[in-house]
Design a protein around this ligand. Structure first.
Ligand code: FES
Ligand code: FE2
Length: 322
């Protein structure tokens, strides 16, 4: 941690000349062409409990229900009951089977009466569902789970927010690191983009930035941003406190592509680690730490979703500066 003297917001070095719209647009375009094999992040793994209530999600206009058996095995499938269409998210899980609350049809996760399960994957932090009708890509057997600090040495927290925009607007916000200390002065200081991506081979932003702990105390780090898929941007801390920690931002469309009022969920996983003494303690108190980590993410995402929503509003009106 470092002490930092006070400085006025308006005296920072402007970044707008470096943050070239074409550079950002090209990076967004390249990201959009990366395959995700029709896999979509739908939320935090710990939100679907073994034997707990089913959860409902909507992805690209498709209703999905998720539940776990008592042993923790995860199931996913269409959210409407195959009998008369009851919302299965309002059903109950009994002995590992999902029981519809209208007339008692029971699903054990296998295909039944016209109900066909969706491939689902629990990566330990997030849940992914494969929806071939939504993705329109070549399906892949497993989702593109980013590399993370080893389980057990990290604290993770998952934050979810919804914005009136499309996934590409969320990605575009993340691929503009230059807005950091201007737009989020409460969280960042002294942001400098050391390297911007040039092409497919070299597609990483390298950023030096100080995270504000308090007004005077900052943690300087180097971070790398890459779009690992059409809807995912990774930030990895490569130097400084917390090195190897990752922040994964996943943008999942909730509405169908034809919807003229799009909604997108931002599912952000922070997997934090540190060599500092005290981090072992932090791990032990992870349940208490999680709400704090989520609160930080919530504040940043309030602003970043305003950015993404603004981009969508301009884009859909054909008024995005190019
Ligand atoms: S609607 Fe589900 S059992 Fe009838
Ligand atoms: Fe931001």
């Amino acid at each position: 941690m470092r002490r930092r003297g006070p400085s006025a917001w308006a005296t920072q070095r402007p970044t707008w000349q470096e943050a070239r719209p074409a550079l950002i647009a090209d990076a967004v375009k390249r990201a959009s062409l990366r395959p995700a094999g029709n896999w979509f992040v739908v939320g935090a793994a710990r939100d679907v409990r073994a034997g707990g209530p089913p959860r409902g999600r909507t992805v690209g206009g498709v209703e999905v229900v998720l539940w776990r058996s008592d042993s923790g095995e995860l199931h996913a499938g269409p959210g409407a009951c195959p009998h008369l269409g009851a919302p299965l998210r309002d059903g109950r899980v009994a002995c590992g089977t999902l029981v519809c609350h209208w007339h008692g049809l029971a699903l054990d996760g296998e295909a039944f009466a016209g109900w066909d399960p969706y491939p689902v994957h629990d990566d330990g932090v997030l849940i992914w569902v494969r929806l071939d009708a939504v993705g329109d890509e070549e399906p892949r057997a497993s989702p593109p789970v980013p590399e993370r600090p080893v389980a057990g040495s990290a604290v993770d927290a998952v934050f979810v927010a919804v914005g009136r925009c499309e996934p590409q607007d969320v990605v575009a916000n993340r691929l503009d690191p230059w807005h950091g200390s201007w737009f989020h002065p409460y969280a960042f200081a002294d942001l400098k983009v050391v390297r911007a991506p040039v092409d497919e081979e070299d597609d990483t932003f390298v950023v030096d930035v100080s995270f504000r702990v308090t007004n005077r105390l900052v943690v300087p780090v180097r971070a790398e941003f890459t779009a690992s898929g059409p809807r995912t941007v990774l930030m990895r801390i490569t130097r400084g406190d917390g090195a190897t920690s990752v922040v994964e931002t996943h943008a999942t469309p909730l509405t169908a592509p034809t919807d003229d009022q799009p909604l997108t969920a931002v599912v952000e996983a922070v997997v934090a680690t540190s060599d500092r003494r005290g981090f072992a303690l932090a791990r032990a108190v992870a349940p208490a730490l999680r709400p704090l980590m989520r609160r930080t993410a919530a504040r940043l995402w309030r602003d970043d979703l305003a950015y993404a929503e603004r981009r969508w509003a301009l884009r859909s009106a054909g008024r995005l500066p190019a």
